[in-house]
Write a protein that binds this ligand. Structure first.
Ligand SMILES: [Zn+2]
Length: 539
C-alpha cells in the first residue's frame, strides 16, 4: 500500500490511499452503515452525499451469518462499489463486556467477505477503567496484533492496527510504539468515543498526540468513532487522516440537528441554518410534523450533508494553508474545543517540525492562542539558534511594525530612511530591526521572508501577545553585542511595554539605551530626535 501525501498543513495531510475498490482521498470520513437497518441506502452515501467510502461492522454481519453475503461478497451485499471498511466488534466489547467470537474467527470472516480495509479484534480500553485493566487491554491487543500476522491469508486487504491505552498516556505511548513496529497498512486510535461524548477534547488531544508521536508518521491514522463535524478540524490538524462516525444517525434518532459549531434540538429551531438540498426546501416546523421515521431520515441526511461540507472546508483550508485559522474559528464554537486547542501548546514543537514552512496564504493573527502556531515558533527558534547580526553592527535601531508589509516599504520607514540615508547607507554600523507582533524581532534583511510580511494582525494586542514580543526583544538584545540600542517607541500600540523590557535588557547587558517616542503629529520631531542621537553616536 502507498499513502501518497499531496498537501500538508500543521499535521494534516491531503493524501491518497489505494484500495482494491479505488483510491480514496484523505482526510476521509466513513459513515457507519448499520447492515441491518440501512435507513439510508449505502449506494446513496456515494451518489447523493459524495462519500467515497463506508464502514460497517463485521461482528454484526457475522452474527446474522447470511449465506448470500459470504457467496457474493460485501460490496454486492451492501450494493456499494466504493471502498468498504469493516470494524471488528471492539465497540460491542466496550458496550457488552464480551462477545461470542474469537479474534481468529473475526479475521477469517473478514477475509471471506472481502472488505477493502479491515480491523483486527482489539480490546478497547474505555474511559472508566483502572490502570491495571488498561494495561491488560494494551497487552492483549498487542498479542492479538502479533498473532494476526501468522494467520492472515489475503494480501489485497489493508489491515488496521489499533492503539489502545485510553487516558493513560504512557500506555498509549507504549501501545503505539509496539503496534507501530508491526506491518499494518493503517493505524488507528481506539476508544475515544466516551471521551468525545464527555466533551473531553483536551484529553483527546493528549491521546491523539501521544499516539501520533510514537507511530510511524508516514502511515495513515484512523480515529475511531469521531462523532461530530465541529471537531473534525481539530482532529485533522493533529494528523488524523481517517474517521468513522455513526453520529449522523444516532443524533437523528434523538431529533438532533448538527451544525458546524454544535447541535440543536429540532423542536428548538425556528430556522434551518443550512442550505443543503434537504433544509433548503422546508422548515423545522414542517419537519417536526412528519411521521417519526421520515423526520429521522431527514435529520440523518442533513447531518450527513453537514459532515461532508465540513470535511470539504477542512480540505480546502489545508490546501490554502489556513487550517490553523479554521481550527481557531471552530474552537470558538464551544469552550471545550477552545480548551483542547490550548492543549496544542504542549505539542507545539512536534507540530512545527512536521508543518510546511511556506503556505499558500498569509497568516491571520487574532490573539495569543495563535502564539502556538508553527510559523511563529519557527521564527522564534531560528532567531535564537541560527541568527547572528553582522559584527560591524554597533547600534541596534528598533523600529515598530507598520500596517504596510514588508515593513521596510512603509511610508513611515521610507521617510525615516530618507532622513537617515547617509548613515544607514554609508556604514554597516546601524542594524535596523522591526519589533512586531506576533513574531518578536524581525531584522530588516529578513522582512520579506514568509510569513514575516505575509500576515495580518488584530490591534490592539492582548496582554499575552505584548508580553511575548517584549520577551523576544529582550532575548535578542541579550544574545547580541550591540553597544547602543535605540528604540522608537510606538506608544499607541505598545504603551511602555517594549521600553521597559529594552531598558531592563540593556541594563543587564551594560548596553547604552536611547529612547525616541513616536507620535503621528510630531513625526518631524521624532526624526530630528533620532538624527541627533545617531550623530552623537557617529564616531
Ligand atoms: Zn441541511
Amino acid at each position: 500500500m502507498s499513502f501518497e501525501i499531496k498537501e500538508k498543513d500543521l499535521l494534516a495531510r491531503i493524501g491518497r490511499i489505494r484500495t482494491r475498490s479505488g483510491t480514496i482521498e484523505t482526510p476521509l470520513l466513513f459513515p457507519v452503515i448499520n447492515p441491518v437497518l440501512r435507513s439510508i441506502p449505502p449506494r446513496n452515501m456515494r451518489e447523493e452525499f459524495g462519500f467515497e467510502a463506508i464502514i460497517t461492522n463485521a461482528y454484526i454481519l457475522k452474527k446474522r451469518s447470511q449465506i448470500e453475503l459470504e457467496e457474493n461478497g460485501l460490496h454486492k451485499f451492501l450494493d456499494f462499489n466504493g471502498t468498504i471498511m469493516t470494524d471488528s466488534g471492539a465497540y460491542q466489547i466496550l458496550i457488552y463486556g464480551d462477545i461470542e467470537v474469537t479474534s481468529q474467527e473475526i479475521i477469517e470472516y473478514q477475509e471471506r467477505i472481502g472488505p477493502d480495509i479491515a480491523t483486527i479484534l482489539d480490546i478497547p480500553t474505555g474511559w472508566k477503567v483502572t490502570e491495571t485493566r488498561a494495561q491488560e487491554t494494551v497487552k492483549e491487543t498487542l498479542k492479538r496484533a502479533k498473532d494476526f500476522f501468522n494467520s492472515k491469508t489475503r494480501e489485497d486487504i489493508l489491515w488496521v492496527g489499533p492503539v489502545q491505552g485510553g487516558k493513560y498516556l504512557d500506555l498509549v505511548a507504549k501501545s503505539a510504539k509496539n503496534i507501530g513496529k508491526l506491518p499494518f497498512e493503517i493505524h488507528a486510535l481506539g476508544s475515544p468515543t466516551e471521551i468525545m461524548e464527555r466533551y473531553r477534547f483536551d484529553v483527546l488531544v493528549d491521546m491523539i498526540m501521544t499516539a501520533k508521536m510514537n507511530l510511524p508518521i508516514e502511515k495513515p491514522l484512523h480515529l475511531f468513532g469521531a462523532g461530530h463535524p465541529f471537531m473534525f478540524a481539530l482532529a485533522v490538524a493533529l494528523g488524523c487522516d481517517l474517521f468513522d462516525s455513526a453520529a449522523y444517525a444516532l443524533y437523528a434518532k434523538e431529533k438532533r440537528y448538527m451544525t458546524e459549531t454544535g447541535t440543536s434540538r429540532l423542536d428548538e429551531l425556528d430556522y434551518f441554518p443550512c442550505s443543503c438540498p434537504k433544509c433548503a426546501r422546508t422548515t423545522p416546523k414542517k419537519v417536526s410534523e412528519l411521521p417519526q421515521k421520515e423526520a429521522e431520515v431527514f435529520l440523518a441526511e442533513h447531518n450527513l450533508y453537514m459532515c461532508a461540507a465540513e470535511l470539504r472546508r477542512v480540505k480546502q483550508a489545508i490546501r490554502d494553508g489556513r487550517l490553523w485559522e479554521h481550527v481557531e474559528m471552530r474552537a470558538h464554537g464551544h469552550p471545550a474545543l477552545l480548551q483542547a486547542v490550548k492543549r496544542f501548546k504542549k505539542y507545539q514543537d512536534f507540530i512545527e517540525k512536521h508543518d510546511s514552512t511556506v503556505k499558500e496564504s498569509g497568516l491571520f493573527y487574532f490573539d495569543s492562542i495563535g502564539l502556538m502556531r508553527p510559523g511563529i515558533i519557527r521564527h522564534e527558534q531560528r532567531m535564537a539558534e541560527r541568527y547572528t547580526p553582522a559584527k560591524e553592527a554597533k547600534i541596534l535601531l528598533l523600529v515598530p511594525q507598520t500596517r504596510t508589509k514588508p515593513f521596510h516599504r512603509s511610508k513611515n520607514f521610507v521617510d525615516l530612511e530618507k532622513k537617515l540615508g547617509q548613515w544607514i547607507k554609508d556604514s554597516n554600523k546601524i542594524h535596523i530591526c522591526f519589533y512586531s507582533a506576533p513574531f518578536g524581532v524581525v531584522p530588516i534583511e529578513l522582512d520579506e521572508i514568509y510569513p514575516l510580511s505575509q500576515h495580518e494582525v488584530a490591534l490592539p494586542l492582548d496582554k499575552e501577545t505584548m508580553e511575548h514580543v517584549t520577551i523576544q526583544v529582550a532575548d535578542f538584545i541579550n544574545r547580541a553585542n550591540y553597544e547602543t540600542v535605540i528604540l522608537i517607541n510606538d506608544r499607541e500600540n505598545w504603551k511602555e511595554s517594549v521600553v521597559n523590557s529594552c531598558r531592563k535588557a540593556c541594563l543587564k547587558k551594560k548596553t547604552e539605551f536611547k529612547l525616541v517616542n513616536r507620535g503621528e503629529k510630531q513625526k518631524r520631531t521624532t526624526l530630528a530626535q533620532l538624527e541627533r542621537i545617531l550623530k552623537e553616536n557617529q564616531d
